[in-house]
Design a protein around this ligand. Structure first.
Ligand code: PEP
Ligand code: MG
Length: 324
């Protein structure tokens, strides 16, 4: 079993009927890259940079961050790296920033909301990222975007930082892509509008599910409502994929769902381009996709979208996989 799985570390990420996708990894620190690469990951689909800011007493400097981003890109030897800008707040605390105590932290002051308000922190991170961009295929994405204005403002700040660097004689890679996470229902619903202004979209299902069902992802008492296969979640995912493709943009997923064996056939059938997961899931995901035909999934997808509950969907996909 393990041996046959190992074979997939050097095979391309392609379905049985020849449809290519990217199977990439989620990381929180540089050391995590090694296991992504030994498992044959096609790159990094989510670098959670907030971990550079946590468990310490002060903000990381521009040079400190530059060294980390440069190492990540260098280690990848040209494979793409999607780096997410600071996503603190919610469950991730950074004591030295003295953020206000909130009764609803997941609906509060977090991620891009903090970055747009405390621009010095954001600009330092962007400078470090843009300086590192010359060492590989860097794709920057903004977390927790709810409105088009937020995306525009974040992108404008990035372009301003880029121009400043260029004035200083520091080049920025021409290949750089600027994208965003889709993890708030408002953004999912208007994904087609975002896709006109972003280079790519990446669906963060960990948050998207909690916000869609209004069920805290950390709260055991409501975990029965945390339903990845809820028809509402599936409709949102389809809306995002179709919206991105309508404007010729690629769309990925970096929530836990991207590595889930029941979700993968649905996501492949819907046309997801990039699946980002923990390193331990990469090989089995690649093997599963190699055994699935995207074209043959089409009629199943049609049926799945007539189902009315999460458990109906789960049952249907599990039976379908057993019969294949
Ligand atoms: C997500 O919300 O799906 C996601 C990938 O981000 P995080 O889990 O870091 O909130
Ligand atoms: Mg999230």
């Amino acid at each position: 079993q393990n041996e046959s799985l190992q074979k997939f570390s050097s095979l391309p990420s392609r379905s049985a009927d020849g449809h290519s996708v990217e199977i990439v990894g989620n990381i929180s620190k540089i050391e995590d890259i090694d296991s992504i690469l030994t498992n044959g990951g096609d790159g990094i689909g989510l670098f959670r940079t907030e971990f550079l800011y946590m468990d310490r007493d002060e903000l990381p400097t521009e040079d400190e961050q530059y060294d980390v981003y440069k190492s990540v890109l260098t280690k990848l030897e040209g494979k793409p790296a999607v780096v997410r800008t600071l996503d603190i707040g919610g469950d991730k605390e950074v004591p030295y920033l003295s953020l206000p105590h909130e009764s609803n932290p997941f609906l509060g002051y977090r991620a891009i909301r903090i970055c747009l308000n405390q621009q010095a922190i954001f600009r330092t991170q962007l400078r470090a990222l843009l300086r590192a961009s010359n060492y590989g295929d860097l794709r920057i994405m903004f977390p927790m975007i709810a409105t088009l204005e937020e995306f525009r403002e974040a992108k404008e700040i990035l372009l301003d930082v880029k121009q400043q660097l260029e004035t200083e004689g520091i080049p920025v890679s021409e290949k750089l892509q600027i994208g965003m996470m889709i993890e708030i229902p408002s953004a999912a619903i208007i994904a087609d509008l975002f896709a006109q202004e972003a280079d790519f979209l990446s669906i963060g299902t960990n948050d998207l599910i909690q916000y869609t069902l209004a069920a805290d992802r950390m709260n055991e008492s409501v975990s029965y409502l945390y339903q990845p296969y809820h028809p509402a979640v599936l409709r949102l995912i389809k809306t995002v994929i179709d919206g991105a493709h309508l404007h010729g943009k690629w769309v990925g997923m970096c929530g836990e769902m991207a590595g889930d064996t029941t979700a993968i056939p649905i996501l492949l059938g819907l046309g997801l381009d990039e699946f980002s997961m923990s390193s331990s899931s990469i090989l089995s995901a690649r093997r599963q996709i190699a055994q699935l035909s995207k074209e043959k999934l089409a009629t199943h997808i049609e049926h799945i979208f007539t189902l009315r509950t999460s458990s109906e969907v789960e049952q249907y996909v599990k039976t379908m996989l057993m019969e294949m």
